[in-house]
Design a protein around this ligand. Structure first.
Ligand code: C2O
Ligand code: CU
Length: 406
């Protein structure tokens, strides 16, 4: 097993998100997004986090099945104070598109840029003509062009959204791709609150993966909803030389009124290149954990969770005991529900089984609906948590700690 060593320094930096437009960011190694961390399945990753900010921070490895002590939350480690360092060390047991981000004062630290992608490869996965990692985000600026103040009343409830849409830390960049080729796009929604109903100018693409790696089978699609915290892996193309497509978000109502179509980036198709990509009809084997109609052993009432305030504690779960949870959303807003450290399968979305088996760590629970999930606590006892990945909701207390006990 190989080792991957990374040094991350969280520090303030001038973040030029568009030509000539700069804000004061918080950035890993001075860049937004932070450095791409790449590893193969089974590798050990060692990260030395140095905090050069003027406030405490921690780093969470979103989607990685780390040991509890390495989860990067204040439940499992003291916050890393200014000037201090902390060493994270963990094996990456699953291939997929993951990400890392601050887990302290998140609403501000993520908005200011403290996030990056972590890609874990399995040499046995299908290969494409090229691959890229695209982190989607937005920025809320004040009239002077500075990062808007945090925490107004409306933001607490509705979540923070800004008008500047970013791909890999740049406002509406222009991307290029060779004609006739098929690329793998690993996409992460790193925004505080903004939902992305992703479209490529209406052109078909294929969804091949999500939070926990490849799907069982590819799904042809013309759009896919990516909520904060979620990832999708897409097979994109082939297109013809000279085409120009918009990477955009279609209108979506998450309970705050319908948004307009919004551009994230443009894609220019260049001269054709030889293609060797091929999308197999089976991507991998995923065994269902349980039947879709299994009776839940726990109900999580998101409305109660939203209003109960800080430091809630849910009942412990035991290693090896299958969990079937019903997530009930009676609020007027959608909530992307995230569990730390474990993958689940969605059994039902409002009574309907999903069209394909997948491993997820974040799932949107649309307003006035229920989502049933199943997960198996493997042998990593300790302190864990779940929360809404709308960061303002999480900050307001829409979360709970729970322990996994031996
Ligand atoms: Cu992206 Cu508590 O996590
Ligand atoms: Cu929420």
């Amino acid at each position: 097993m190989a080792g991957v060593r990374v040094r991350l320094e969280a520090r303030e930096a001038d973040w030029e998100f568009a030509p000539g437009r700069t804000i004061r960011g918080f950035a890993y190694n001075g860049i937004v997004p932070g450095p791409l961390i790449e590893a193969n399945v089974g590798d050990t990753i060692e990260v030395e986090l140095k905090n050069s900010l003027h406030q405490a921070t921690t780093t969470h490895w979103h989607g990685i099945r780390v040991p509890a002590e390495m989860d990067g939350t204040e439940a499992v480690q003291p916050p890393v104070e200014p000037g201090e360092t902390f060493k994270y060390r963990f094996v990456v047991p699953d291939a997929g598109t993951f990400w890392y981000h601050s887990h302290t004062n998140e609403t501000e630290q993520l908005e200011r840029g403290l996030y990056g992608a972590l890609v874990v490869r399995d040499p046995g996965e299908p290969s494409f003509d090229a691959e890229r990692v695209l982190l989607l985000d937005d920025l809320k600026l004040d009239p002077d062009g500075d990062v808007a103040a945090f925490g107004d009343e409306h933001e607490h409830h509705a979540g923070r959204e800004g008008d500047v849409r970013l791909v890999n830390g740049r406002q509406e960049p222009q991307l290029e791709m060779a004609g006739d080729t098929i690329e793998r796009w690993r996409m992460v929604n790193a925004a505080n609150s903004r939902f992305v109903r992703l479209s490529l100018g209406g052109r078909p693409f294929v969804v091949i993966g999500t939070d926990g790696g490849l799907l069982a089978e590819p799904i042809p699609a013309a759009e896919v909803l990516v909520t904060p915290g979620e990832r999708v892996d897409l097979a994109i193309g082939p297109f013809s030389e000279g085409e120009r497509l918009r990477i955009e978000a279609l209108p979506y109502d998450r309970g705050k009124g319908e948004t307009k179509t919004e551009t994230y980036a443009t894609l220019e198709v260049g001269p054709a290149a030889a293609s060797h990509a091929h999308i197999p009809s089976t991507l991998r084997k995923i065994e269902p954990l349980v039947a879709a109609d299994t009776t839940p052993n726990r109900t999580i009432d998101l409305k109660a969770l939203m209003h109960a305030g800080h430091h809630q504690r849910d009942d412990p779960v035991r290693v090896g005991e299958l969990q079937v949870w019903n997530l009930v959303n009676e609020t007027g807003q959608d909530h992307p529900f995230h569990i730390h450290g474990f993958f689940f399968q969605v059994l039902q979305e409002n009574g309907e089984p999903p069209s394909v088996l997948a491993w997820k760590d974040t799932v949107n629970v649309p307003r006035k609906t229920e989502t049933r999930i199943a997960w198996l606590p493997d042998d990593r006892p300790g302190e864990w948590m779940y929360h809404c990945h709308i960061l303002e909701h999480h900050a307001m207390g829409m979360m709970a700690h729970f322990s996994v006990v031996p």
